[in-house]
Design a protein around this ligand. Structure first.
Ligand code: GYE
Length: 340
């Protein structure tokens, strides 16, 4: 009996030690020099104040992301959300972050338009003791401790998924003429999806990207870029389009120019995001392959904030799970299950 009690004591004691080792307490630094920061002091009304610098409202994906953040950080859930729409301009994001610092928000959430240029402004937030959480696209900073963590998609993997599908679909085809409409240059979503395609071009000798231009993730510019492409080329096999909204614009341009695409033959369209509209176009056979990108980051950010509140450091980098949809196999149920 005595032996049994001793063993039990040892197990309990060692697991307590393990737990306290796993959880970083607020003041301690981890390898990246991060701390969980001061536990947020609730404001007089008891709410946690979150400053959110959003990229803009350029796409359906972005709008779904905004709704997810608004729903999660609603007053009814004990939060006050200050959201600022940067209209795709980094300088507007600088101004928003400075405003949040001045207003002494408890947490800053940044969805950065591009990866670089953040060092100074994030240093200001750090000096003010406000933890910064990055979502969606990444930032590159010289000092890794300028933000606590990042959650978003593996954009390079998304590009790779699309390319694997292309390799299967066009196996044995000697020459493949590709037009490529990119997102905001310098954003992680653009960089990753472009790198994915480039890797495919590098290993498939017959693949030629004859035109590559940015449509900044918007429908209007997607259409403009496609009009320019059609004025120069009449032999495009594949349109690799870095989001659904630009694909909608491109399809409009092709409709107007009477250029066939999708299941009617002609141009094969590959798109990213797989929003409801994008999936409808996939089911209709207009977009042949649509790679999912999940915008529902609100609950993920809330989990991070809860961890920080408890003085724990969340994972430095967290990728979300994603899939892809093929026009020949997608079902109505899959679209109906989609909330955005
Ligand atoms: O694909 C696009 C949006 O960064 C993942 O930005 C995001 C991208 C998304 O405008 O539609």
């Amino acid at each position: 009996m005595k032996k049994y009690l001793m063993t039990l004591f040892c197990i309990v004691f060692s697991s307590l030690v393990l737990v306290s080792c796993n959880e970083n307490d607020g003041g301690k630094k981890d390898a990246a020099g991060r701390t969980a920061g001061e536990a947020a002091s609730p404001k007089p009304d008891g709410r946690i104040v979150v400053g959110f610098s959003q990229v803009g409202a350029e796409s359906d994906w972005r709008r779904a992301n905004t709704i997810s953040m608004r729903d999660t950080f609603a007053e009814a859930n004990g939060y006050r959300l200050l959201m600022r729409d940067a209209q795709q301009k980094q300088t507007n994001q600088f101004a928003a972050i400075r405003e949040f610092v001045q207003k002494k928000v408890d947490y800053i959430v940044l969805a950065p338009v591009t990866e670089t240029g953040w060092d100074d402004v994030l240093k200001e937030a750090k000096d003010a003791g406000i933890p910064v959480i990055i979502i969606d696209r990444m930032v590159k900073t010289a000092d890794p401790s300028l933000y606590v963590c990042w959650v978003g998609s593996d954009f390079r993997k998304e590009g790779g998924t699309a390319v694997t599908w292309m390799e299967k679909k066009f196996k044995g085809k000697e020459k493949l003429i590709i037009a490529h409409i990119q997102g905001n240059i310098g954003s992680s979503a653009q960089i990753g999806r472009t790198e994915g395609l480039q890797a495919g071009v590098d290993r498939n000798l017959g693949w030629k990207v004859v035109v590559r231009d940015t449509g900044n993730f918007t429908q209007v510019q997607g259409k403009e870029v496609m009009e320019r492409i059609l004025s120069e080329y009449n032999n495009i096999d594949v349109l690799y389009c870095e989001n659904d909204n630009m694909a909608f614009g491109a399809m409009k341009a092709m409709d107007e120019a009477n250029v066939p695409y999708g299941s009617r033959g002609g141009v094969t369209i590959i798109s990213f995001d797989a929003t409801r509209g994008g999936l409808e176009a996939t089911l209709a056979g207009k977009i042949s392959y649509n790679v999912e990108c999940n915008p529902l980051h609100g609950p993920r950010v809330e989990k991070i904030i809860q961890q920080l509140k408890e003085g724990r450091l969340p994972n430095r980098i967290a990728y979300v799970d994603e899939m892809a949809f093929d026009a020949t196999t997608i079902t109505r149920e899959e679209i109906d299950a989609r909330s955005y």
